[in-house]
Design a protein around this ligand. Sequence first.
Ligand SMILES: NC(=O)c1ccc[n+]([C@@H]2O[C@H](COP(=O)([O-])OP(=O)(O)OC[C@H]3O[C@@H](n4cnc5c(N)ncnc54)[C@H](O)[C@@H]3O)[C@@H](O)[C@H]2O)c1
Ligand SMILES: O=CCC[C@H](NC(=O)CCC(=O)O)C(=O)O
Length: 484
Amino acid sequence: MNSSSEPTTSMAACFPGTDEIVWEGTAATAADVADAVANARSALAGWQTTAVEDRIAVAERFAALATDQQESIANQISRETGKPKWESTAEAKLVPAKVKLAVQAYCERSGSQQIDLPQGTGRVVYRGVGVMAVLGPFNFPAHLPNGHIVPALVAGNTVVFKPSEMTPGTGELLCQLWHKAGLPHGVLQVVQGDGAVGATLVSQAVDGVLFTGSYAAGCAIHRSLAGRPEVLLALEMGGNNPLVVHRAKDLDAAAYLCAVSAYATAGQRCTCARRLILIDDDDSNLLVDRLVRHCETLRVGLPDDDPVPFCGPLISAAAADRVLDAQASWLDAGARVLVAVCRDPRNAALLRPGLVDVTTMNDRIDEEVFGPLLQVIRVVDFDAAIGQANRTAYGLSASLLSDDPALFDRFRTLIRAGVVNWNQPTVGASGRLPFGGLGASGNHRPSGYFAADYCSDAAAMLESGSLSLPATTLPGIEVGGNTP
Ligand SMILES: NC(=O)c1ccc[n+]([C@@H]2O[C@H](COP(=O)([O-])OP(=O)(O)OC[C@H]3O[C@@H](n4cnc5c(N)ncnc54)[C@H](O)[C@@H]3O)[C@@H](O)[C@H]2O)c1
Ligand SMILES: O=CCC[C@H](NC(=O)CCC(=O)O)C(=O)O
């Protein structure tokens, strides 16, 4: 029991596909969540009035500690997600790198501006929004919440962070580093728990909710905030991302980029290609042959395996089941397997990648299958390819592999996505650009470099250094009327 006599719930995270416990703790009760928000509110004025240079100095100390602790962060990520070491190390490196980018973005996008106006000086001043709830996903348990937390803190907000229930230890570790860096009490707190704890956090008197996760959870949050227009909401959600290949001379390069797009992080990236759209010709057959070979040879395995794997396990055996079930339902609906996604006998969450031709399938469902399973769709020409690519309610990332610039010109104009690439994979977005999606992928508040925008409110200030009567006064009001 805690001080409010609510029963506490113990919580554990396991290595994917096993019952090996890699983190143990306690889920936050409703009272804990309310306390965290109250602490964040109490800390707000002090943090807002801390000079921005001093806030940046704390962030830079955090970056230095995160650099020192790169290996611990990477190990914790691998323990909780099963990512291969090279991949968790790459993620750990993004943590300090984000500080540099967030500071640059803050100065560039939120620096105060001044203009001369007839009434005096006009200024645009960016100020923190207030108390921010940050809700993180499991697939980049450090990099993606960090992409909200760093800009939010630099801009003068206080934060209550709930990591994914699958990756609580990574979230906890990040918060410990911030505190070691000298962040004042209450400015960043972590509350642990599942979606219900997240929902409790959203229901509190927060000023903003910064969410990265699934469309279903994003919608639930949006619904729960109905009638609270004053709460800022940034939603970074899923995708059903298209990859179009046409008139590409180097088919080896094209096949490699297709494999990376579809199978990076075992297909557990919001930006992973889910639909490979091909114009039916000889080259498309040669490309598919190469991709089949990638599926057959690509190494999957556990974090410490030698030789190193390209894909680790999915986050859980249940997540792997969902991918296998999706493939089974597509086959029932008339799809043709090129390479079946299948379970590796070593671990219940470990899948070998799959490739399924769904061209003749009835009623293709517009869903995000979060795993290493790529659909192939064949069409007659490039316009039909763009039409297919846009046949989704989502709109996160899209890529064209082609040597024909005219095709990309058409693609970038017509494609409905927030991340539009040419001869690049659908994954691997740059932190120097905005990152967000259209339609069911987001709510027009891109993150990445543009996270600075939702972390501050722009205030309009009209300023005159001295108090005096205007040159002309308004009719019907006496000047000095109250003078005895
Ligand atoms: N667009 C992006 O930037 C981006 C990046 C990474 C992942 N994603 C998406 O995230 C999903 C995978 O991550 P996940 O499975 O961790 O997502 P998820 O939606 O299950 O969970 C994300 C977070 O929200 C919390 N949550 C769940 N329901 C909630 C509710 N009703 N109220 C408040 N909080 C709630 C969870 O506990 C977790 O902390 C995929 O759909 C992927 O595409 C999107
Ligand atoms: O899973 C979704 C995110 C994947 C990743 N995106 C980014 O890293 C965005 C850039 C940033 O926020 O710094 C990707 O595109 O692979």
